[in-house]
Design a protein around this ligand. Structure first.
Ligand code: HEC
Ligand code: HEC
Length: 448
């Protein structure tokens, strides 16, 4: 509808312009070719001031009526045209806003694929990047693959200004460099805005977020669940064998695949139950909190646990290919860690990385009660807003908000992000984690 209004107005404008141009052309032609011709006859007879003028009768009735009618007609035109114009104006403005949003999103998307997708993955779905770890004096320590977060929930957790801060200044010393002019990066203010607009366009729905969080937890407990249910593990092995043996027999392959999917579904359901049943006190489970804490881009370890984003690389076998990495917790990784010794930090849970150290009861000193603590995790930090007993709140609000959607917290009505935290049915968009999940994390953190 707004677009229709905009294009109707454009058509009207075109029509008026055409009439004006054609009219002016006719006027010019008439004047130059016709009226401008040489005089025919003596000036004495033809001079306008020599002609007898209209008499009073004519002037005061017919002529006056004509002039008045003309004036009235002009007034009517103005009187009707102005409201009509203003009627269409909101539609035109809306159309303009939507047009420029579309333009920003598509330009931002192109820029993202060029500049960011090598690390953040196509569509911002997450990836990894090769980098080298150096010591304090800049000496080479080891190559690693650095896990790069997906950006599909960024606006649940960071406000527009906070995302702008990340893009402008990067996250030294991680591979996320400064991109905006204020941090010495190559992008203009408008390009940064276009990227933010694009990031908004790839945000997941609340249902998808809930699913992704759960998927991450299920992945973490899978090993334990299979160990606790040997019968389920045996059926999984059988199902996998059947798939392998089915070979070219299409009917058998289909049946085997269906059977494997059924076993996987059962493992999923058993895992969900396992997670629900983890022991807790007063409903909050530190064990579940630990899983949530270590839940990749949906968790806390990537910023609060040293080395959490690192994957040590296998000495290069096939040059040119993506480097292979040792799995975290594998014996091979342990070997590398032992070899590097004190050159790398210890992977102490909550020991502090980009975010502060949370161990030795420090969160209990910062927050007197679990409720205060949970409130901070739900809302995150904000530039210039103190928190807890001695939290400063500087550095651009880089502790994300996990319990409330903050994407449009500081966006004015004209900002493209405005309204992100309201769903289309008018209800508020939920935060990334539920209050219960945050209570679980708090129970875990206060024991660190
Ligand atoms: C060389 C790899 C690399 C490139 C290129 C890169 N990033 Fe990043 N980015 C990272 C890493 C690594 C992190 C996470 C840093 C950390 O561990 O805290 C990150 C973090 C972010 C975050 C914060 C996400 C969060 O949830 O904490 C945003 C937003 C972001 N990048 C946007 C971009 C955009 C937009 C571009 C393109 C202009 C870009 N990045 C290019 C590596 C990269
Ligand atoms: C993107 C990086 C990042 C992630 C992810 C992150 N944090 Fe933080 N966290 C920070 C930063 C930075 C601060 C310091 C904020 C400040 O001082 O303004 C912080 C501060 C905190 C503090 C206050 C510590 C203190 O002593 O002042 C707590 C508690 C905390 N985070 C808990 C969590 C929890 C729980 C999660 C996961 C649900 C989490 N953080 C995920 C970056 C992160």
């Amino acid at each position: 509808m707004p677009l229709l209004a905009a294009s109707t107005q454009r058509n009207l404008g075109m029509a008026i312009a055409v009439v004006a141009i054609v009219g002016f052309a006719i006027y010019l032609i008439y004047n130059v070719l016709w009226a401008g011709r040489e005089e025919r006859g003596s000036e004495l007879e033809l001079a306008p001031n020599r002609k007898p003028y209209m008499n009073d009768q004519e002037l005061e009735t017919r002529r006056l009526d004509l002039a008045l009618a003309g004036g009235l007609a002009t007034l009517v035109i103005i009187g009707v045209a102005l409201p009509l114009y203003w009627l269409g104006e909101p539609g035109r403005q809306q159309g303009y806003v939507e047009d420029s949003r579309r333009q920003f999103t598509s330009r931002g998307g192109e820029m993202f694929e060029e500049q960011c997708s090598d690390c953040h993955g196509g569509g911002g779905l997450g990836g990894s990047t090769a980098t080298t770890i150096v010591d304090d004096s800049g000496n080479f320590v080891t190559p690693v693959q650095w896990e790069v977060p997906a950006l599909t929930t960024t606006l649940y957790r960071f406000s527009e200004d906070e995302v702008r801060h990340i893009l402008n200044y990067g996250r030294p010393p991680t591979p996320m460099q400064a991109w905006g002019a204020p941090g010495g990066g190559p992008l203009t203010t408008q390009q940064v805005d276009e990227l933010i607009q694009y990031i908004q366009s790839i945000q997941l729905s609340p249902e998808e977020v809930e699913q992704e969080v759960l998927d991450g937890l299920i992945l973490q407990v899978r090993g334990d669940v299979l160990e606790a249910n040997p019968e389920l593990g045996a059926r999984l092995a059988e199902a996998n064998d059947a798939v392998r043996q089915a070979g070219a027999d299409e009917a058998a392959a289909e049946a085997a695949a269906r059977n494997l999917a059924a076993v996987e579904q059962e493992i999923r359901e058993t895992s969900e139950q396992y997670i629900r049943d983890l022991p807790g006190v007063d409903g909050a489970s530190a064990a579940r909190g630990e899983l949530l804490f270590n839940n990749g881009v949906y968790g806390c370890a990537r910023c609060h646990t040293p080395r959490d984003s690192w994957r040590f690389t296998v000495p290069e076998e096939a040059p040119g290919e993506d480097p292979k990495t040792y799995e975290q917790g594998s014996p091979e990784e342990a070997e590398v860690v032992a070899r590097l010794g004190s050159l790398i930090p210890e992977r102490e849970p909550g020991g502090g990385a980009f975010g502060p150290n949370l161990t030795n009861g420090s969160t209990k000193r910062q927050f007197d009660t679990a409720g205060d603590h949970a409130g901070f995790v739900a809302e995150g930090s904000q530039e210039g807003k103190a928190f807890g007993n001695f939290g400063q709140g500087d550095g651009g609000g880089q502790m994300p908000a996990f319990g409330v959607c903050v994407g449009d917290r500081d966006s004015g009505e004209r900002s493209p992000i405005h309204g992100f935290c309201t769903l289309t049915d008018g209800s508020p968009r939920p935060g990334m984690l539920t209050p219960e999940q945050i209570d679980d994390i708090v129970a875990y953190e206060r024991g660190l």
